[in-house]
Design a protein around this ligand. Structure first.
Ligand code: F6P
Length: 318
C-alpha cells in the first residue's frame, strides 16, 4: 500500500477532523502517500483529489465540521458512478480508501469495495445509529443538546412552563435518550418506543401537583410533529407550553475530548489496517452497559492507562 486517500461523506460530525488528521499523519509516519478527497463520493467522481502533508492537517483537531467538506451523493449509488470514482483513484495510483460517515456512506463503501478497492470505514455520525460501535460526533452532539436543555430549564423554571425540545437523530433515539437522561427530562419520545400520550400528560399533571416548576419533554425528530404535540398537550393539561427545535446546531461546534480521541484512535487504526494489506472493514469501539465487578477483583486490580494512547500521541505529534 503506497498511496491511500481519505474522504468524509453524509452529514458532518464533530471529530471528523481529528480522524482526518490521524489518517494523514499515520500514513506519513509509515511513508505512505496520502490524498484528501473533497466533498465526499461526489468529489471523488469529479476528481477533486489533493495531496496532503503534515501541514494540511495542522490546527484542525479542535474544529467542528470537516476540512474535506462533505456531500450526500446520489451518483455514487449507481455502479456507473462508482466505476467513474474508481477511475479517478486509479489515475492517482491510490489503492486504499478511508471513508468517514454514517450508515449510507458505509453502505457505499461496501459497494465500492466490490470493485476491488480496499476500503476501511470509520463510523462518524451524530446519530450514533451504526451497529457494533459508538460513532464519532455523538458525544459532542449530546453535549450540545444538553447545554441547550440546561439553558431552557432556566427559563422554563422562571416561567413555570413546559418545554418540548426536538433533537436530531434521523430514525434513531440515541441523542434524545442520552440528552434526555442527562438533562433530567420528564419524558423522552424516541422512534423505537410507541408514544404514550396519556403517560406524558399524567407526568405533567403530577409535576404540577407536586409543585414542580417546569417539565422538559425531549422528542427525537420524526417521532411526532412537535407543534402538534404542543397543541395536544396544551389542550390536555392547560399548561403554558413552548417548543424549541435544536436542529443543525447539534452538528457543529468544538468536538469533545471523547470525539477527538475516538477520531484519533480510529484514524490510525484504519491506516494500520490498510497498510497490513487488509480492507473492507469498519473501525469499531464497543462501549456500553453497566457491569458488576466483584469488590475482591476491584481491590486487587490496578488500573493502568491505555498505553496504546501514548503511542498514538507519539505518532500523531510528528
Ligand atoms: O445524520 C445526521 C443528521 O443530522 C440527522 O440527524 C438528520 O436527520 C439529518 O442528518 C439532516 O440532514 P441534512 O443536513 O441533509 O438536512
Amino acid at each position: 500500500m503506497k498511496r491511500i486517500a481519505v474522504l468524509t461523506s453524509g452529514g458532518d460530525a464533530p471529530g471528523m477532523n481529528a480522524a482526518i488528521r490521524a489518517v494523514v499523519r499515520s500514513a506519513i509516519y509509515n511513508q505512505v502517500e496520502v490524498f484528501g478527497i473533497m466533498q465526499g463520493y461526489e468529489g471523488l467522481i469529479q476528481g477533486c483529489i489533493k495531496s496532503m502533508n503534515l501541514g494540511s492537517v495542522a490546527d484542525i483537531i479542535h474544529r467542528g465540521g470537516t476540512i474535506l467538506q462533505t456531500s450526500r451523493s446520489s451518483s455514487f449509488m449507481s455502479e456507473a458512478g462508482r466505476r467513474a470514482a474508481l477511475e479517478q483513484l486509479n489515475k492517482h495510483g491510490i489503492t486504499g480508501l478511508v471513508v468517514l460517515g454514517g450508515n449510507g456512506s458505509l453502505r457505499g463503501a461496501w459497494e465500492f469495495s466490490k470493485l476491488g478497492i480496499k476500503v476501511v470505514g470509520i463510523p462518524a455520525s451524530i446519530d450514533n445509529d451504526i451497529v457494533y460501535t459508538r460513532s464519532i460526533g455523538f458525544d459532542t452532539a449530546v453535549n450540545t443538546a444538553l447545554q441547550a436543555i440546561n439553558h431552557i430549564r432556566d427559563t422554563a423554571t422562571s416561567h413555570g412552563r413546559v418545554f418540548v425540545i426536538e433533537v436530531m437523530g434521523r430514525d434513531c433515539g440515541e441523542i434524545a435518550l442520552a440528552a434526555g437522561v442527562a438533562g433530567g427530562a420528564e419524558s423522552i419520545l424516541i422512534p423505537e418506543i410507541e408514544v404514550d400520550f396519556e403517560q406524558i400528560v399524567n407526568k405533567i399533571n403530577q409535576g404540577v401537583e407536586r409543585g414542580k416548576l417546569h417539565s422538559i419533554i425531549v422528542v427525537a425528530e420524526g417521532v411526532y410533529p412537535v407543534l402538534e404535540l404542543k397543541e395536544h398537550l396544551q389542550e390536555a393539561t392547560g399548561q403554558d407550553i413552548r417548543v424549541t427545535i435544536l436542529g443543525h446546531i447539534q452538528r457543529g461546534g468544538t468536538p469533545t475530548a471523547v470525539d477527538r480521541i475516538m477520531g484519533s484512535c480510529m484514524g490510525k487504526a484504519a491506516v494500520d489496517y490498510l497498510i497490513s494489506g487488509k480492507g473492507n472493514a469498519m473501525t469499531a469501539t464497543r462501549l456500553g452497559g453497566v457491569h458488576l465487578i466483584p469488590l475482591q477483583e476491584v481491590i486487587r486490580g490496578k488500573k493502568t492507562p491505555e498505553l496504546g494512547m501514548f503511542d498514538l500521541a507519539r505518532v500523531l505529534s510528528i
